[in-house]
Design a protein around this ligand. Structure first.
Ligand code: ATP
Ligand code: MG
Length: 325
């Protein structure tokens, strides 16, 4: 019997709370699991504020001091939450790297691209001196930029070039898993498509696994091997794109995808999901989607639905799965 390969990332029952200035807590991530296998592309989708970025930052161990995290976060078999900052530091950037949401606007405006990349390489002890300078040249070429970019400042670059530099910096330590948090949000459609094609090519050429957070549902359906749908801090459904698109079990998944216009299709006009997600600084007694759910029943308002697994990464958290809209 052959055992299943060990996942590169295996996070279970991750919870994140932020301390608020008024003494209350905001429960941003609620029992989320994330499993990423070698060379796998996982898409994470869900409305704004549902905890996607917070979950990625928890995996990186980069949440602010006001956050507390519980659960289990394993990267390459190492239990990082148990090992603390020392364990995170051993794997951060080297095994698990991230292109932050808004990264292209966070590059230092007064330092040339070359020095930014060299400083990152030296900080993470990948290379120093001339070796770091050469590695910086290799990295900009890897992301499809001319070497002249190394002498430029941030403001001299287009949005697409800046995002490529952010990508080069994330790849500096040769990671196994790349987390990309809305890497194309601020880019126009043509440039976004080029950056996505680049990420796709690099994941193949560098044997990377990818976790892609995006609001672009047609994109995630086309490019990812698995999709996780988040709502109010919880992973409410996960499966292959075919599962999620053709056989959604959670009413939120169905409505979310129905609410997305696909310009390439002649299908029905998109619908809107009435209402708004709940505030995460308040306790939700039952299913967080209950107030907006067209199929809610009495139990939904009082009992939190537990995730049901159908094997092979397929799961959902709904008391009445599969009810059609
Ligand atoms: N540092 C923080 N302190 C307090 N609350 C925070 C902090 N960072 C995030 N939050 C809250 O945590 C929740 C999840 O936020 P998060 O940024 O993870 O959502 P998201 O799914 O990435 O949204 P978007 O699609 O807009 O990027 C939100 O309610 C947000 O206001
Ligand atoms: Mg975000």
């Amino acid at each position: 019997m052959t055992s299943a390969p060990q996942p590169l990332v295996d996070a279970r029952d991750v919870n994140v709370w932020f301390d608020l200035p008024d003494g209350r807590e905001l429960h941003a991530v609620r029992g989320a699991d994330v499993r990423v296998n070698s060379r796998e592309k996982l898409g994470i989708v869900g409305e704004s504020g549902c905890g996607k970025s917070t979950l990625l930052m928890a995996l990186m161990g980069l949440l602010p001091a006001t956050a507390s995290v519980s659960g289990r976060i394993e990267v390459m078999g190492a239990d990082l939450l148990a090992g603390g900052e020392r364990a995170f530091r051993a794997h951060r950037w080297k095994d698990l790297a991230i292109v932050f949401q808004g990264a292209m606007n966070a590059l230092n405006p007064v330092i040339r691209v070359q020095r930014q990349i060299v400083e990152a390489l030296e900080l993470h002890e990948v290379a120093s001196g001339m070796a770091a300078v050469h590695r910086a040249s290799d990295l900009v070429r890897l992301v499809g930029l001319p070497e002249g970019v190394l002498r430029k400042f941030n403001h001299e670059l287009s949005g697409g070039m800046r995002q490529r530099v952010s990508l080069a910096m994330a790849l500096a330590c040769d990671p196994r898993v790349l987390l990309a948090d809305e890497p194309t949000t601020a880019l126009d459609m043509m440039v976004a498509a080029q950056v996505l094609a680049l990420i796709d090519r690099l994941t193949r050429e560098l044997d990377l696994a990818l976790v892609l957070v995006t609001h672009d549902l047609p994109l995630v359906t086309r490019t990812c091997d698995r999709i996780q749908v988040m709502y109010a801090g919880t992973v409410v459904e996960s499966g292959t794109p075919a599962d999620i698109y053709h056989q959604p079990q959670h009413p939120y998944t169905r409505l979310l995808f129905a609410a997305t216009a696909d310009v390439h299709s002649d299908g029905p006009d998109p619908v809107t999901i009435l209402g708004a997600p709940p505030r995460l600084d308040q306790v939700v007694p039952g299913c967080a989607f209950e107030p907006r759910c067209p199929h809610s029943q009495a139990r939904c308002a009082t009992d939190v639905p537990q995730p049901q697994s159908a094997g092979k990464g397929r799961s959902w958290a709904c008391h009445y799965p599969g009810e059609s809209t």
